[in-house]
Design a protein around this ligand. Sequence first.
Ligand code: WAQ
Ligand code: MG
Length: 273
Amino acid sequence: MELTASRSHDSFRAMSQDIYSLRMRSSIGSKHISGAERLLEFPKLEDAASALLTRALNHSRGAAEKISITLQPLAREQLIKRPLLNFSTIEVNNWLQGRQVASELLVQLGLRSEIVKSALSQLAAGPSPDGGVMRGAMLVDAETGQRLESDPARGIRVSRMDLDPAAQPVIDRLLQMAGLCNSRIVEAWVLASKVTLYPQIIAELCWSDDPDYLTGYVASAQHGYQRITHLKEYGNEIGGRVFFIKPATDLGRLIDKLQLEPVLFTPPAENCL
Ligand code: WAQ
Ligand code: MG
């Protein structure tokens, strides 16, 4: 295991007023296994890092061979707080119906159907040049349908986001009441809420690369976090994310924000579960 940190242990303690970006990624050879992004206060780091290690070692895509955990302190002044997207779930009977619903939702947001169709089929075929999954998201130009990420095996990894600690009990209660208790939902909801903060992104489409997790979503500032209960078949290890980008976007600036702007999320505007 590689443990990378940008300060020595002593100065980590000295900086305990700061907030920390904690990231994990794991792989077997060139195969991406899992990743995670947290934004936490000092006292929570040890438990969170240990939970990420356990996740990487016991993953449905395989037990990781290489695990990198990166810890980086950030100044609290840089932090912004925003509300989570509104949340809804659309029940479908199977993945074919689910992909049809996802396409319709994306078209309702103003995307052209041939661009949606092409993005969906690239995602379904394995969006990395080797036909496997990417570590991050595909960026698709909403006008031309072209892929915009400079490294199509890596894509863009959104980072530096988490729930505001004060929101955690509220969100736990909301999810529990809806019978939806799992940290994966919170992580995806937080990620989608960060992605759709930037008006250059029209929408996000996602389904998991875990063979046993079939629910995915379409997210947009306009319609919120719209879960779809089946977006792929059980056993399928291909998943990923597509961000649909408005034409003439300053891509460098957008990518910086997605990767670097630290955001904590408060409960959604509507009690929508
Ligand atoms: N930034 C960009 N892309 C990412 C990131 C990230 N931080 N994390 C993962 N990806 C991409 C990457 O290509 C993965 O292969 C793919 O997404 C899937 O990641 O409400 O679990 O963590 O029930 O497997 C959505 C529905 C679950 C949750 C998504 O994705 C719900 C999920 P996974
Ligand atoms: Mg996964």
